[in-house]
Design a protein around this ligand. Sequence first.
Ligand SMILES: [Zn+2]
Length: 460
Amino acid sequence: MTLRLYDTLSRAKRDFVPVNPERVTMYVCGPTVYNYAHIGNARPVVVFDALFRLLRHLYGPDHVVYAANVTDVDDKINLKAAQEGVPIGVITDRYLNAYHADMGQLGALRPTFEPRATQTMDAIIAMIGRLVRSNAAYAAEGHVLFNTQAYGDYGKLSGRTLDDMIAGARVDVAPYKQHPADFVLWKPSKPGEPVWESPFGPGRPGWHIECSAMIEQSLGLPIDIHGGGADLIFPHHENEMAQGMCADHAMGYANYWLHNGFLNMGDQKMAKSLGNVELVHDLIGRAPGEALRWALLASHYRQPLAWTEDVVTQARAALDNLYGALRRHKDIEPAGDGPSEAFLEALCDDLNTPRANAELFALARRLETGSPEEQARAKGELLAGGALMGFLQADPDAWFQGGADAALSARIDDLIARRVAARAAKDWASADAIRAELTALNVEVMDNPSGATWRLKESA
Ligand SMILES: [Zn+2]
């Protein structure tokens, strides 16, 4: 089965041909760790985790190398450290741990490598040195700048020309820039900020250079896939490619550039000033991580995603539906040896997760209504497809009872059994009283032909 991916640079969906199928490489721009991740930050993590899983399935888990950087020195980190009066490492360790915990809840596998900027300083400084020696960069007033005129393809990824960039440049372009589009590779640290020694003077790197240095160090050029949010195409990815190509005199930087669409809060941008920033950390308290993951993958990754309460409610209902089928057919032994053809075909078509999800529903219907052989096969393919994309691995009963501890579960089970008995005896008063007690415990009871099931309602 051929994987096809939409490449931002060639603006076309192309067959995916890795440089070396024994070592497929992917790089995705990772977090700046100064705060909890919001749901917009989580979208690329989950999208590229889905692609990572698909690549592992297609090429074998030991043949895919995925690197995502951790930006652990930056103005926002410095500011937070100064406010708390602690070294930057205290801030970055705290929020990197939180990031790992939150993304783990969303079912994201850890990348093969997670290089940190502060631990890549030698490679960053060496790369800047090579750029200066080949005249692709120049020193000016304590800074080192990339010379955009040295790279003929500058602007190709984002579809801009250097002339557009002059027109678009703000009037307050730093006087030491030879061209308004030139960007910082190295800059002096302000007093009190972290500082590293370098041949260009003491200071710290600009943001863009860390990704190029990490790609070179952990993956090697050209890489197969470079991913990130669409907001990174310009200037970040444009600059990464320019640096990487010039520093290594490379034939290519990334063979496929993939960008996920924006995540908006309903029809608004997510912004602190609008008070609508949703942290993954907070969302996880209100909905299962698996439902949030489903919500992030329910629309195609290149489309904008309007995040609302409804999107989460629908995701939960979708998983209720699939887990419900699995629970009703617990005794069926799954058959088959992997995900269905249709499921893989959908994912191989530029990671079409909405179509892949629709296939999971088709399998669930077959599990409910097919012949015994069809049921066994459908169950096997449903579980295998779910496993591939990070879904449906919980015990179905646990899914419906998520959030209750053992003592509470036992008490609820007891109340439900008593209510069933009361109803059977047509003792409506007792049944109603028990129902009220369950409501007070925030339990939602779902009656169905084979009895009653329950789950805790979302806390208001
Ligand atoms: Zn990057």
